[in-house]
Each structure stands twice: as structure tokens, then as C-alpha cells.
Design a protein around this ligand. Structure first.
Ligand SMILES: [Zn+2]
Length: 76
């Protein structure tokens, strides 16, 4: 019986560590996003997360619409 109890304890401990790791990864995820930095849209000058950026050449835009709008204004 001692062996069975030890086995159950080990399984519970492993599951607990696994769950704790998943939980800490999940909570640290959103906390890291502000440190990713903001980009400034070349068209409307609004700051937005760099992960959402749309780039063309060395210009960065907040959305596809502003990228197209900036391209059209450059062509005129
Ligand atoms: Zn914009």
C-alpha cells in the first residue's frame, strides 16, 4: 500500500507542477505585451501595438486602410 500511496503522491505532484507552469505562462503572457512597444502610424500618427502593424517599405501603418490611403496620397 505504501508504494501505491507514493505513486499517487508523485502523480499529483507532477500534475500540480504542470498546472502551475501553464497557469504562470498564461498570466505572464498579457503582462509581456506592453513591453513589445508601440509603433506610430505614418498616416494618422496614432500609436498602436507593433504586433498589429502593417508595413510597406520603411513606413508602418496601423491598418490596411491607412496603408492604401497613404499610397494613394503619394501617387497624387
Ligand atoms: Zn493609421
Amino acid at each position: 500500500m505504501f508504494f501505491l500511496r507514493a505513486l499517487i503522491l508523485i502523480v499529483v505532484a507532477v500534475l500540480l507542477i504542470y498546472w502551475l507552469r501553464r497557469w504562470t505562462n498564461r498570466t505572464s503572457g498579457p503582462g509581456e505585451s506592453p513591453s513589445q512597444g508601440l509603433s506610430c502610424c505614418s498616416y494618422c500618427k496614432v500609436n498602436f501595438p507593433s504586433s498589429e502593424s502593417v508595413s510597406e517599405g520603411n513606413q508602418i501603418y496601423c491598418c490596411e486602410a491607412h496603408r492604401l490611403a497613404a499610397r494613394q496620397s503619394n501617387e497624387q
